[in-house]
Design a protein around this ligand. Structure first.
Ligand SMILES: [Zn+2]
Ligand SMILES: [Zn+2]
Length: 193
């Protein structure tokens, strides 16, 4: 992805939107920024700073038409506020009429697949009465340093070694330490890939 090129194209689209809505001069005042950490939406617009913020991670998975629509959607927010003041509803009739002037349907949501954008966390295998379990690398390292976690399902302590080895040493190594109050929660489902 050439971000300079993407920015230049977005700028062109903002100019086009402003011209269509009779606010050609506004385009010069609008700042467009690509943000690498912004993923909640494809874009947003700040009226005070006249800034359009665009999501770098989402941009990469959007089709050119979706990108254009996002830029014009956000530009129309700034144009509508410019014409009518900041008291208007974000996606109200004022914004809608600007979208129509730009030749777009005034619908508000962009459906972009963002399920795999969550941070990838390395998983490590540990064992308990249920068999194999996966925990985060962070917890795994803590277990190696002596922290103890309990399986919420079988109530057994998680171990770093395989069940066979655990059984072999069960009698000799049974720890007298009471279960840790830090329970291990299985709130994350295993990712498919
Ligand atoms: Zn919007
Ligand atoms: Zn278990």
């Amino acid at each position: 992805m050439d971000w300079q090129e993407a920015l230049a194209l977005a700028r062109q689209q903002v100019i086009e939107a402003c011209e269509r809505c009779q606010t050609g001069k506004l385009a010069e005042q609008i700042t467009i920024k690509f943000n690498p950490r912004f993923t909640s939406r494809a874009g947003d617009a700040n009226y005070r700073s006249l800034t359009i913020r665009l999501s770098q991670p989402l941009w990469q998975r959007m089709a050119p038409a979706e990108r254009r629509e996002t830029v014009i959607h956000e530009a129309c927010h700034l144009i509508a506020y410019f014409h009518h003041g900041s008291q208007i509803a974000p996606h109200g009739p004022e914004w809608q009429s600007m979208m129509i002037r730009c030749g777009l349907e005034p619908k508000r949501c962009h459906q972009i697949e963002r399920s795999d954008l969550r941070r990838q966390v390395r998983r490590r295998e540990v064992y308990c009465g249920c068999g194999k379990r996966e925990i985060t690398q962070h917890r795994y390292t803590r277990m190696k340093k002596g922290h103890r976690y309990m399986c919420r399902v079988c109530q057994e302590m998680l171990t770093l070694v395989s069940p066979q080895e655990t059984k072999k040493n069960a009698k000799s190594s049974k720890s007298p330490t009471p279960p840790s109050s830090r329970r291990f929660a299985f709130f994350r489902k295993r990712r498919k890939n």
